[in-house]
Write a protein that binds this ligand. Structure first.
Ligand code: ZN
Length: 422
């Protein structure tokens, strides 16, 4: 059976993954864990989400086959590669107790839920929950053969069902270490980052930021992400930190780009995440707050924004010129309607020229005078007029190349696939 949990955290702390460790602590003497517990991120553009929009799913049964170390919660925690399904409704009462003890009920935005599924819900529900806006009713409909509990508004039912319905066609892993005291040595993170090549997004060298440490109150001390689960344990052993009270490895949809859908501009809807190709139609300008906005056109037009937190990435975007062909990857905001850029592929850079000199009159051999921007030139002696294109021009060297650029690690969204993984 699959247990899905969501929406137990708040802006003030808590973490649904921590509730997962508590469930494992309480239930691992009675049940075996099949496969890695899962941390599933859902649509990052939902405005009413609790922080990271991450739900958790755990598969319990009677294990057989290979057994792997996946964590330490008071004692070593193992997971089996396969298992026999079992069904026990008594489990519900225990999970209910754990959630009541650990969820942040006092926060109005926290609306927990959990689900216990005999069979996995349909994969299509996951796809919808990571890409679109889904309702509580749709989640309940997909939880047909499941037992579920909803608390308060019960919005967490969406993530609970969606996390159970995920199938990892692409996957990464995250080792999460918990502790009461929060201290992580920066140098040890850099060392680990350079040594364990299968990990990613550990450290932002451009902004000197330790990315493995959460930036909001949380029982999490750090989380290391990577492509190879076993190497995360090696990575953890390289980190110098305060005492790790427990740790657990999750299989995740982080860094997979699962949220993105290829679209043309006219079909783009708010709260989606899209891949869209177009020609730069309005050149970048910096607006209040330091955000950089430009527009692209494919028959229809839309704004694209590199927000202030993307730091140095904005300097790349500022180099775009009218006529450049680009593919934008990012989430769609409703008001103002714009794409929040996660990465950009520059497909084709246009030639850009700058004027070096005004044209010379062919009769008088003297420099002509401009009649205003874009209106050509006129000879002050004989009155002859010529077009703008007659000026002596020089091709400007472009400071960007035809390739991918991504936001720095510090601004990366959970679901965004880093170029390192592409
Ligand atoms: Zn002349």
């Amino acid at each position: 059976m699959w247990i899905g949990i969501d929406d137990t955290d708040s802006a003030h702390g808590g973490c649904t993954t921590y509730v997962a460790t508590e469930i494992i602590r309480e239930l691992s003497s009675e049940y075996d864990i099949i496969g890695y517990p899962r941390l599933v991120r859902l649509n990052p553009n939902i405005p009413w989400k609790t922080r990271g929009n991450g739900a958790v799913a755990i598969h319990l049964g009677r294990g057989y086959g290979k057994k792997r170390l996946i964590g330490n919660i008071e004692e070593r925690v193992y997971a089996y590669s396969s298992g026999k399904e079992i069904w026990n409704e008594d489990l519900v009462k225990k999970i209910d107790e754990i959630i009541k003890k650990h969820a942040h009920f006092y926060d109005e935005k926290t609306n927990p839920a959990f689900v216990v599924c005999r069979n996995k819900p349909s994969y299509s529900f996951y796809k919808k929950a990571v890409r679109k806006v889904v309702s509580i009713d749709e989640a309940i409909k997909n939880a047909e053969n499941c037992i579920y509990r909803m608390y308060k508004e019960g919005r967490g039912i969406i993530g609970s069902v969606a996390s159970c319905s995920w199938r990892p066609y692409d996957r990464t892993y995250e080792l999460i270490a918990y502790g009461n005291e929060k201290w992580v040595d920066e140098d040890s993170v850099i060392k680990m980052d350079k040594k364990i090549a299968s990990t990613f997004d550990n450290y932002d060298y451009e902004n000197r930021h330790v990315q493995i440490v959460p930036n909001a109150p949380s029982p999490v001390m750090y989380g290391i992400r990577g492509d190879v689960a076993e190497e995360l344990i090696k990575a953890m052993n390289m980190i110098k930190s305060a005492e790790v009270e427990r740790w657990l490895i999750f299989e995740t949809n982080q860094a997979t780009d699962d949220h993105l859908v290829r679209k043309s501009i006219r079909d783009i809807e708010p709260f989606e995440s899209v891949i869209v190709r177009g020609t730069v139609s309005r050149e970048p300008r910096t607006i209040k707050g330091g955000h950089v906005v430009f527009s692209i056109y494919d028959g229809d037009e839309i704004d694209c924004t590199a927000y202030e937190p993307t730091k140095g990435f904005r300097n790349i975007v500022r180099e775009l010129r009218k006529g450049d062909i680009v593919t934008i990857y990012g989430g769609v905001r409703k008001e103002p309607r714009t794409i929040n850029i996660e990465k950009i592929k520059i497909e084709k850079l246009v030639d850009v020229y700058e004027k070096v000199e005004n044209p010379v009159c062919p009769r008088c051999n003297k420099h002509m005078k401009s009649m205003g921007k874009g209106r050509g030139y006129r000879c002050v002696i004989c009155g002859m007029k010529v077009g703008e294109e007659m000026a002596l021009r020089r091709k400007i060297k472009r400071n960007i190349e035809e390739r991918f650029y991504e936001v720095p690690v510090v601004a990366r969204r959970h679901l965004s696939k880093p170029l390192k993984r592409m």
